[in-house]
Design a protein around this ligand. Structure first.
Ligand code: GLA
Length: 384
């Protein structure tokens, strides 16, 4: 890439979810944090209406015409490679909403592990949204960028996700967790104590079955709402069902649907309880809710795996660990741990070696801090 003043860069982080799992497609509140594993994207304008992608970490390149976005084909007329669908999906959604997309050469790389539940895709999406905006010279509300990135992922890439990931990757704040009410999109940043580390442990199991199992969970929630409507006609989602309402009517639900809905209703209540705890700096109380959240994901929502359970069990045996749970959709991927800073080095060693001993697998462990959402930076040094 030529040295030029029109070259700009974006840093776009991954995320963990601390609490509120599988509630964002039930209108519930979530408590994620952006982390300092990130995609770095450097870009410059092109005179032609084409987008040239160089994904350095994947060793992939792709070039496509902006006029071919709808067809999902590259400049040779072939179907777009999977990695290219994510940037293309954002261009497609932005253009569909009336924001002009102009030619771009983009060189990017990421240290967010792929397929590990840390939103490597959402980081790409909102990073490119920022880049298209900077290049186009127009301004959109951040929440609108989030909505368009989600629309692209849902309708263009064809992945059925909620809004949490794109929101977290764009709205992240240093040393803060984020509260998002996915029903009305109101949000707040909540401080995380400075002496607590966010430690992410990757189970080394990729989430292969995640797609179909995720859709099945969404369906169970929709079924629960339909069946509960016989007793609570006004409800539009599980968000409208309190723990008390649920207790009163749960026996009318078939077993599996009942278990799934119970997780959602109780997880929503856990998030609401967690907010004042974080505001008061009660990280011990918050950690207890994380542990309860994991048990519920394991026993009621059934999205955990023995390896993720082992990571959580081992973590909770270590000094200075406030809370541990799987993070993201589950079925593999990562756990997130809140650990007192002074214990974090020994925590990492113990988790690594015990996990190996109990499962024969090697966990990759990432000590993280809560980080700022996708933002422009002075040019980052990447080269083709
Ligand atoms: C995935 C989805 C999110 C959310 C989580 C589960 O990460 O992309 O929208 O549903 O799973 O909480």
């Amino acid at each position: 890439m030529e040295e030029s003043s029109s070259v700009q860069s974006v840093i776009s982080p991954g995320r963990v979810n601390l609490l509120g799992e599988h509630v964002d497609y039930n209108d519930g509140p979530v408590l994620p944090a952006a982390i300092d594993l990130a995609m770095t994207l450097t870009f410059e304008p092109l005179d032609e209406d084409i987008i040239e992608l160089h994904a350095l970490d994947l060793g992939e390149t792709s070039t496509f015409r902006i006029e071919d976005l709808e067809d999902k084909t590259n400049i040779q007329g072939e179907p777009l490679a999977h990695f290219a669908l994510y940037p293309a999906s954002v261009a497609w959604a932005l253009q569909g909403a009336g924001y002009p997309i102009s030619g771009m050469r983009a060189v990017y790389t990421s240290n967010i592990p792929i397929g590990a539940g840390l939103s490597s895709s959402a980081a790409v999406e909102v990073g490119f949204a920022q880049a298209f905006m900077a290049l186009g010279g127009w301004n959109a509300e951040k929440m609108d960028l989030v909505k368009m990135a989600k629309k692209g992922e849902n309708e263009y890439v064809g992945v059925n996700s909620g809004i949490m990931d794109q929101f977290s990757c764009l709205f992240g704040r240093e040393n803060h967790a984020l509260y998002l009410d996915t029903k009305d999109l109101s949000w707040a940043a909540l401080p995380l104590p400075s002496n607590v580390s966010i430690i992410v442990a990757d189970s080394d199991i990729s989430r292969e079955l995640a797609g179909s199992a995720y859709n099945a969970r969404q369906q169970a929630c929709a079924d629960a709402v339909n069946q509960l409507r016989a007793f609570m006609p006004g409800i539009s989602s599980l968000r409208d069902v309190s723990v008390d309402d649920f207790e009163q009517h749960k026996n009318h639900l078939p077993d599996e649907v009942r278990l799934r809905a119970q997780h959602v209703v109780e997880e929503i209540a856990r998030v609401e309880k967690a907010v004042p705890l974080l505001q008061d700096g009660d990280i011990k109380g918050f950690g207890e809710l994380m542990v309860a959240g994991h048990a519920s994901l394991r026993d009621l929502y059934e999205v955990s795996l023995p390896e993720l359970d082992a990571l959580v069990e081992i973590a909770l045996e270590q000094p200075g660990c406030y809370g541990a749970r799987l993070t993201g959709a589950g079925f593999g991927g990562c756990t997130v741990n809140l650990v007192r800073e002074e214990n974090s080095a020994s925590f990492i060693l113990a988790l690594e070696s015990e996990y190996q001993l109990r499962t024969g697998k090697t966990a990759k462990i990432y000590p993280c801090r809560a980080a700022k959402g996708a933002h422009l930076v002075p040019r980052a040094l990447l080269s083709i």
